[in-house]
Design a protein around this ligand. Structure first.
Ligand SMILES: [Fe+2]
Ligand SMILES: [Fe+2]
Length: 269
């Protein structure tokens, strides 16, 4: 199976570059399934129904999220009836939405699990226990032909630990939330593709996708003067391409970077 995972899509520039690049990527990479993290899609904060519908219309199959999942309150009215949007699985019991779901595609079934780290983040339930629950309920090769885990976390250590925790039991474990792509794409010893952070689909003349003036002012003067807003220059699509075999394990992982100012890279099939 050919999978594409896109990192956090930030604001309109992020949405625009995904709209521009995804159709070509779907063709050239012969994609069977596309997941994107959409927690920053609406002006940098959360996800609206209209934006989610746009993403589905251009071929994103599932939208994962993170700590910003409920920044747009309207999501609370539709997340329970929309299986294609996930929020982290380790929110307290009773939180609207779900953290994992199984999707049927022409190429087979894909379990997607969204989970949030706890290091330098809000204290949620144990992410490892949450992932264990989902992987035991729907095992690779039994319940699902491929499994993708979006580990939305600040600390690379916690994300690497999650990669090893899932090694041999998931097709791809990929980090989100830090909005900068890491250079550690690898297939772990047990056959799970892994990268600490997918990066963001955002303008990189910015501070993690946000217009740089306000973050700089907050860092240098310890004062805030306005809210953060997405940087508006040309954005880069940042993501991970992974290929799986008949057992659902990874045979290939490659970074994807297209458009905008980051050094471009595109896997060749
Ligand atoms: Fe994010
Ligand atoms: Fe986040």
């Amino acid at each position: 199976m050919n999978l594409l995972f896109l990192g956090d899509i930030v604001g309109k520039p992020g949405r625009d570059v995904v709209h521009a690049e995804l159709p070509r990527l779907k063709q050239s990479l012969k994609l069977d399934f596309v997941i994107a993290n959409g927690e920053n899609a609406a002006g940098g904060f959360g996800l609206t129904r209209a934006i989610a519908e746009e993403f589905f219309a251009i071929g994103i199959d599932v939208i994962s999220t993170g700590n910003h999942w409920a920044d747009q309150k309207e999501i609370l009215t539709y997340i329970d009836s929309e299986d294609r949007i996930l929020r982290p699985a380790n929110y307290p019991k009773g939180t609207p939405g779900k953290g994992a779901n199984l999707y049927q595609t022409a190429a087979g079934s894909v379990l997607v699990v969204n989970v949030m780290g706890r290091v330098f983040m809000d204290a949620l339930d144990d992410p490892f226990a949450a992932v264990e629950r989902e992987l035991s309920a729907c095992a690779l090769g039994e319940g699902a032909d491929a499994i993708v885990v979006d580990v939305h976390a600040e600390a690379t250590s916690e994300k690497m630990a999650m990669g090893h925790f899932c090694d041999g039991r998931a097709s791809l474990v990929v980090g989100t939330h830090s909005h900068v792509p890491t250079a550690d794409a690898q297939i772990l010893p047990g056959g799970t593709a892994f990268q600490c952070d997918a990066g963001a689909c955002a303008d990189y003349d910015s501070v993690i996708g946000m217009d740089k003036a306000e973050p700089l002012q907050r860092f240098t003067r310890k004062m805030s003067s306005q809210r953060f807003s997405p940087a508006t220059g040309p954005a880069t699509v940042c993501g991970i391409f992974a290929q799986t075999n008949g057992k659902g394990l990874a045979t290939r992982i490659e970074p994807v970077r297209q458009g905008g100012r980051l050094k471009q890279t595109l896997p060749e099939l």
